[in-house]
Design a binder for this molecule. Structure first.
Ligand code: AMP
Ligand code: ZN
Length: 464
């Protein structure tokens, strides 16, 4: 298995610390709002990585955090707190917001066939661990107290920037342009480990600590959660490219200072999905969510296919035109597969192994999902017997997770109910009763039945 490692800036052979168990940590969502489909591109790539490792015979122990406290809207320990902002926006408590958006995220993952990691840990559940960790850093001289906050002292490290491609000055000027400086810091890139004094006195969640009532800085949760559940030798740490600096840079700084040795060997980062205006956003322009795609009549798995068609190390631009193309490709692929009927042919093991090896090689080559899809098409085009084809498709779908062999589960009662509702809506429209027509569409939508109008009439799709 070869992976691009941000730490060495090379594609490298993957060698885990322990051959029997790969440890994998993925930064989870900040649950102050819905995930956008850009965020979900990263989770799809991580899902592919985990499933590929399994497919290649590794046993994977995967952990993900849920950021339900202390993620600032600027990455430089200033700016507004995202969770507090979300709670204010919706007149709810921070924990209510966190519970609601965690469920929404889980639902998005289900619809995109992203496996929920084995261990998912909300940041607020490990406060005593953060305190112990910060005490350790203070004891070792890597942290200092200033005006009530505890800071990490980046000047204590020779290789603070080892994960980034940029030099220190570039990074600093980027940060300087966008945020106010915190005058308590000894060095520009020092970051807060524990806040007791913050500009945001409206913090809802605060805990007792040796430094007073306060709350943790953002980066600490991933270090402590990973150490607790995966130990001091981590194989793979994942996230989107925006996490490289400062989040992962700071994670490495504090974790390695605390444990006193190298922590994680492979850093895997997914490139961004952008919209046509550039950066994807939750506040400006169209907020692209899975719900929005479903409401527009798209199957979420067409979006998964759209992601798999490109390499996770390349930036990807989202447009509805390209999603339409992916959607068509997905439907055609399913129709082709439907033509392959189970029969009494005997599985040709030699051919099975040949195609399966090609599929594995594509994925083992730094997760080349588009080449893996090509192998799937090669199988469909081949003259293999049906059962060998079906067996290969079933096997490939363990990684691709595109529901390639899923039977249409719509029973007859449901079909007749949907048809009746479509007819009722048609009559409502003829009578210009658009309110009723809309309410019928909505009622069906709530049950996962999406109507699509065209010149030929109304069709529907049942999504999860
Ligand atoms: P957040 O909820 O902001 O902490 O982000 C969740 C994950 O999405 C992180 O791994 C980010 O690096 C990643 N991410 C953020 N924006 C994008 C984007 N436009 N495309 C791909 N991944 C993203
Ligand atoms: Zn993280």
């Amino acid at each position: 298995m070869k992976l691009y490692n941000t730490l060495t800036k090379k594609v490298e052979e993957f060698i885990p610390y322990n051959e029997k168990k790969v440890t994998m940590y993925t930064c989870g969502p900040t649950v102050y709002h819905y995930a956008h489909i850009g965020n979900l591109r990263t989770y799809i790539a991580e899902d592919i990585l985990e499933k590929t490792l399994n497919y290649l015979g590794y046993n994977v122990d995967r952990v993900m955090n849920i950021t339900d406290v202390g993620h600032l809207s600027s990455d430089a320990d200033t700016g507004e707190d995202k969770m507090v902002k979300g709670a204010k926006r919706e007149h709810k408590t921070v924990l209510e917001i966190a519970a609601y958006y965690t469920d929404c995220f889980k639902h998005d993952c289900e619809r995109l066939n992203i496996k929920w990691p084995d261990t998912v840990v909300p940041a607020t559940t490990l406060i005593p661990d953060y305190i112990k960790f910060i005490e350790g850093l203070l004891d070792k001289g890597y942290a200092y107290l200033a005006s009530g906050n505890v800071y990490f002292d980046t000047s204590k490290l020779d290789d603070y920037y080892k994960l980034t491609n940029h030099n220190a000055e570039e990074l600093l000027s980027g940060v300087r342009d966008t945020v106010e400086e915190d005058t308590n810091k000894k060095n520009k890139n020092d970051f807060v480990l524990w806040f007791t004094k913050s500009k945001f006195e409206d913090q809802e969640l605060k805990w007792d600590s040796p430094w007073g009532l306060g709350y943790p800085g953002w980066h600490i949760e991933c270090s402590c959660i990973s150490l607790k559940y995966l130990g001091e030798h981590l194989d793979i740490h994942c996230g989107g490219v925006d996490n490289i600096f400062p989040h992962h840079t700071n994670e490495i700084a504090q974790t390695e200072s605390y444990i006193g040795h190298k922590w994680c060997n492979y850093w895997v980062h997914t490139e961004h999905l952008n919209d046509s205006t550039g950066k994807m956003s939750k506040s400006n322009g169209e907020f692209l969510t899975v719900d929005l795609l479903v409401n527009k009549g798209y199957n979420p798995l067409a979006y998964r296919l759209f992601c798999l068609q490109s390499h996770y190390k390349n930036q990807l631009v989202f447009t509805y035109d390209s999603l339409d193309i992916a959607s068509n490709t997905y439907n055609k692929l399913l129709s082709k597969i439907k033509l392959v009927k189970k029969d009494d042919s005997v599985i040709d093991q030699e051919s099975f192994d040949k195609y399966n090896d090609e599929f594995k090689s594509a994925l083992a080559d730094n997760l080349n999902t588009s080449n893996a899809l090509t192998v799937l098409y090669d199988v469909l085009k081949s003259d293999l017997n049906n059962n060998t084809k079906l067996s290969l498709i079933e096997s490939f779908d363990k990684v691709l997770s595109l529901d390639l062999l899923k039977e249409d589960k719509i029973d007859e009662d449901l079909v007749s109910y949907i048809e009746k509702m479509i007819e009722k809506r048609k009559i409502a429209k003829q009578n210009k009763d658009y309110e009723l027509a809309d309410s019928i569409r909505k009622e069906l939508q709530e049950q996962g039945i999406i109507l699509k109008d065209s010149r030929e009439g109304t069709t529907y799709e049942v999504v999860k």
